[in-house]
Design a protein around this ligand. Structure first.
Ligand SMILES: Cc1cc2nc3c(=O)[nH]c(=O)nc-3n(C[C@H](O)[C@H](O)[C@H](O)COP(=O)(O)OP(=O)(O)OC[C@H]3O[C@@H](n4cnc5c(N)ncnc54)[C@H](O)[C@@H]3O)c2cc1C
Length: 324
């Protein structure tokens, strides 16, 4: 086992990266570990042929001045741009326009540009899940699925509540466990790919209030430089996603493609991509910016702390970094 690190962050989602980047900037020694092959968690972009499709978060808001300054290099370079000021809504079988809201920003080369930017100077260990966490004296020891072990004096965890509870169990304060126990995450099935024509959605995306299958359809190509063929990202309704949690990707693709064709007369070109977000959206929030147990030097952050959105995740990580 290598020498103990000062800080290990489990999870390279936006909250974990925001915490790690802030600590790294202040001169701390930080290692970030994620089971995914890339950084970003639910802010994800998949390459499909020449296309880049955002199958997780579709946009972010920049309300807080701290987030504004965090992302300002991306805004200045034009990578992050104002994509929309709100989306029309499909309700009772009709598309209703909606008045201008606050700006929603997207990344020109795919939403994963933001986590890549946050992680550019960080020490990363990707592609292996943390399977066990133990406390030895005043050190944390964590083991990865491939058997490697790492130690650190401070441990920060950026996983959904269920994984946090299963990794840390009784090491978490009882009051935190009680709050985490009731925090649930809704799933979302995402179906996405090139389509044979650009549907008339009356905006760059369409929200669905009461459709049995759809929750959000995004014209993904409207986030890219002009010239990309029309492509859609469809997020299924959380109720439908839960009911079909154990369906196969092929079954989901089939049902969604049929519904898309009957509603808008649009077809995927070839087989669409399918991704199941088992833990997509928190149904509630912790009501605190983060968790921090100073006596154990143990912390946790995530969108489930405040707001269930990109901005909430970034602010949660920032708040946790400030505790250290
Ligand atoms: C379909 C969908 C659409 C969305 N749309 C929007 C939107 O348009 N606007 C918006 O603001 N928000 C949106 N969100 C929410 C937004 O994506 C999240 O709020 C934000 O990305 C959460 O970041 P996080 O760091 O809290 O968690 P995550 O991104 O979930 O990061 C947690 C990380 O922990 C890692 N991990 C978990 N367990 C382990 C383990 N045992 N070992 C190692 N690593 C582990 C995971 O791989 C993951 O990378 C959407 C989410 C989804 C799923």
């Amino acid at each position: 086992m290598e020498n103990p690190r000062e800080i290990i962050v489990i999870g390279a989602g936006l909250a974990g990266l925001s915490a790690a980047a802030g600590l790294h900037r202040r001169g701390h020694d930080v290692l970030v570990i994620d089971k995914g092959r890339g950084v970003g968690g639910r802010m994800a972009t998949r390459r499909v042929g020449s296309l880049r499709l955002d199958h997780g978060a579709q946009f972010l808001t920049i309300r807080d001045p701290a987030i504004q300054s965090l992302v300002s290099p991306l805004l200045e370079s034009g990578e992050l741009f104002e994509w929309s000021r709100g989306f029309p809504e499909w309700r009772d079988g009709v598309i209703h326009p909606r008045s201008e809201g606050h700006p929603r920003f997207a990344c020109r080369s795919g939403m994963s540009a933001l986590p890549k930017f946050l992680s550019k100077d960080l020490d990363l260990a990707l592609g292996e899940a943390v399977t066990t966490v133990e406390r030895d004296g005043n050190l944390w020891t964590i083991e990865l699925s491939g058997g490697a072990r790492h130690q650190a004096r401070t441990l920060l965890v950026n996983t959904p509540p269920a994984q946090l509870l299963s990794l840390l169990g009784e090491l978490l304060e009882r009051s935190s466990r009680t709050k985490l126990d009731v925090l649930e995450m809704d799933p979302t099935w995402a179906v996405f790919g090139e389509v044979d024509r650009d549907p008339e959605l009356h905006g760059v995306a369409l929200e669905f209030e009461d459709h049995p299958i759809f929750r959000f359809i995004s014209r993904d190509h409207t986030r890219r430089t002009p010239g990309q063929p029309p492509s859609l990202v469809i997020h299924c309704h959380e109720r439908w996603s839960r009911q079909h949690l154990e369906s196969t990707p092929a079954e989901v693709a089939d049902t969604v493609s049929t519904a898309l064709r009957s509603l808008f007369g649009v077809q995927f070109v070839g087989e669409p991509q399918v991704h199941r977000w088992k833990y997509a959206t928190p149904t509630g929030s912790l009501g605190e910016d983060c968790l921090w147990q100073p006596e154990l030097r143990l912390g946790a952050c995530g969108d489930w702390c405040r707001g269930g959105r990109v901005e909430g995740a970034l602010l949660s990580g920032r708040a946790l970094a400030a505790k250290i």
